[in-house]
Write a protein that binds this ligand. Structure first.
Ligand SMILES: C[S@@+](CC[C@H](N)C(=O)[O-])C[C@H]1O[C@@H](n2cnc3c(N)ncnc32)[C@H](O)[C@@H]1O
Length: 281
């Protein structure tokens, strides 16, 4: 490649480079170039004839090469859009997925008439679920994770989204071991891949993500079962647990007996049971 090229040519070349290694080569190329230039994707369209200087070109190419080795775009740009905000992310946390927005939507519906509810986001990672809830509903928020480094990322996001300060409780805890008090609502996106899933799917981009954010036990459901049973002791009467489900999770949620009652399964746009709501009497 020549060292000086236009936006249009850079995008075409990067899309071709990524076509064998990404499901969305053009989109990845656009996000990486807009990140390199500090402009929006729309600006790339209107400035397609803009010439990229040598140094900018090399930076963009180094990003494209990282992506070609399967690194998630979000770790390269250190950001990911989720629900109504942009979150800081890096290798310490799972990259927030669009499916998890169903957890936020379900939580917001349940909190519609609540007054100053107490909310716990268990397995918070970047904090994307709990902080998205707090952006809409004034609540007492606790963010919990077993990983101290994930909590550092959640703190970065809390400071960015609430620059004038918000009293958020950050707790390093193995599930509920260190959780003080009771909550009106508990949200969670627990690790839910099985041993078989880990062997089959954890290559490429997933290999960059923290293993404890992915592995849910031999069948994938063991962690979720501990979560559901543990939540019972930390919900106020009438409170709810809203948890994301992995593949086959709906059947598992319906067939097993727990200390909490299954109240609802929420389907995603593909009609797959994606979120389970459990209630405490
Ligand atoms: C699937 S990720 C979800 C992260 C974030 N909530 C999201 O939706 O992007 C699961 C998170 O659970 C945390 N985790 C794993 N085992 C845990 C445990 N025993 N107790 C608390 N958190 C745990 C991991 O560190 C990881 O951040």
């Amino acid at each position: 490649m020549p060292s000086e090229i236009t936006v249009k040519t850079a995008l075409a070349e990067a899309s071709a480079r990524l076509s064998g290694c990404s499901d969305s080569p053009r989109l990845d190329a656009e996000i990486l170039l807009s990140h390199t230039l500090g402009v929006s994707r729309f600006d790339l369209l209107t400035e397609s004839g803009r010439l990229l200087e040598g140094e900018v070109c090399s930076r963009f190419r180094s990003f494209v090469e990282r992506r070609a080795k399967a690194e998630p775009v979000a770790y390269i740009t250190k950001s990911r859009d989720f629900f109504e905000d942009t979150f800081y992310v890096d290798e310490r946390v799972l990259v927030p997925r669009p499916e998890s927005e169903f957890v936020v939507e379900t939580a917001l519906k349940l909190l519609q008439h609540a007054e100053k509810p107490e909310v716990l986001d268990m397995c918070c990672g970047s904090g994307c679920i709990g902080l998205s809830v707090l952006r809409v509903v004034p609540c007492g928020l606790t963010l919990a994770d077993i990983s101290a480094s994930a909590l550092e990322v959640a703190k970065i996001n809390a400071e960015r989204l609430f620059p004038s300060g918000q009293a958020i409780n950050f707790v390093k805890s193995d599930l509920f071991s260190e959780i003080p008090g009771d909550f009106d609502l508990i949200t969670a996106n627990p690790p839910y891949l099985s041993a078989e899933d880990m062997a089959e799917f954890v290559n490429g981009a997933l290999e960059y993500e923290p293993e404890n954010a992915l592995f849910g036990g031999e069948t994938g459901f063991e962690f979720t079962e501990r979560l559901i049973n543990g939540a019972q002791k930390h919900l106020k009467p009438g409170g709810f647990l809203v948890t994301e489900l992995g593949y086959g999770g709906e059947k598992f949620a319906k067939e097993k007996k727990y200390r909490l009652k299954l109240a609802e399964i929420v389907n995603d746009y593909a009609g797959i049971g994606r979120v389970a709501v459990f209630g405490r009497d």
